[in-house]
Design a protein around this ligand. Sequence first.
Ligand code: ZN
Ligand code: ZN
Length: 437
Amino acid sequence: MTTTIAKKGTKATLVIRDARVFDPASGIDTRTDVLIEKGQITRIAPGKGNVGDAQVVDGAGRLLLPGFVDLHAHLRSPGREDEEDMASGTRAAAAGGYVTICAMPNTDPVVDNAAVIASLAEVAEAEALVRVAFLGAISRGEKGEHLSDMWDMAGAGAAGFTDDGRPVADAGLLRAAFQAARNVDLPLSLHCEDLDLAGAGVMNEGTVSAQLGLAGIPATAESADVARNLEIALYEGARVHIAHVSCARSVAAVEQARRAGGRVTCEATPHHLVLNDESVRSLDTGFKMNPPLRGEADRQALVEALASGVIDCIATDHAPHASQEKETPFEEAPFGVVGLETAFAVLFSELVAPGAVSLEVLVQAMSANPARAFGLPVPAITEGQEANLCLVDIDEEYEIDPAAFYSKSRNTAFAGRKVRGRVLLTIAAGRMAHNIL
Ligand SMILES: [Zn+2]
Ligand SMILES: [Zn+2]
């Protein structure tokens, strides 16, 4: 049983009138009213009947979607609460339309035992505005030397395991981890990177890095490790989730492993789907992340893979960093950008509006697919379900303003970008988590 907790706030009672209700997983796409009583969806039907004392929300011209699920968020708690904490991270998630997020374990201390998960679950129960699931570390302290106690962590409600931030370099250890994870039927989420190939690189290796004179990280540093990891997962018959794919060869390896019968899911981030390494010419550290932004051909391969379903999940890799740490020369800045509050708007504006990816594909990749990949509750807009949904305005154009973020950190790759797709309201676990109406 996965621990996913959101306890803050009272259960919502409201009626959303005349919205376009779009939930591919439930097979609904129609203009109608949705009545939510005490956190539960009790009626989906048009009509202006008596709804008692329910608050009325005007949904006309707006899109009502199943809430989003993020498999990859760094909440920085415990250890770096100056950058993010449970309250601020889940507030940011709610502002982005998320109803469930998975917290990565590379904190201080590392989440590598059942006791830490239990204590984080308590914090989530008191402070979280959306559901939070916890991933446990694969190795103790994420040092890559000894397996953590995955059995115990599964018992404490871990949703899966990862050493994210670092690859699992030791193939023997990875094999043992797959065996342990298979025993509890949970996925390993793998940060794939050959550190010897990555070297001291700070951006993608290619024309731009050569012109800037910056050390590059070749795409093969990722794809070679993806290929190896998928081989081992296939051999062990284990569930594997490839984190933040950034290049064409990684996608090809995922497709091939799936054809061979592998239980493989994978994720791409909004920044890898929308940006390429030309952005780095500005030397703005908001474009420094790991894996790095690749060349345009790789970016296009990711968009095609999302459209065709090879990339089945979108994850933010929300990685908050304090301003003073990012305001340094490009080479010295830490890798990572925030992403919870901008994901839908960026992807809707850059991929769906121009017709590269359908709204259906985007919504599935942000909601039902990731939920299923990690065995989390699937947000569904159907009668009788707990309300986990968001209301979006896709017509109003606005500019992304980091100063307005609910996150404690501002390190975005999308500052000043004009987008459409503002999340107006999010109901998570039946509770009003975000409302700017
Ligand atoms: Zn990573
Ligand atoms: Zn990460």
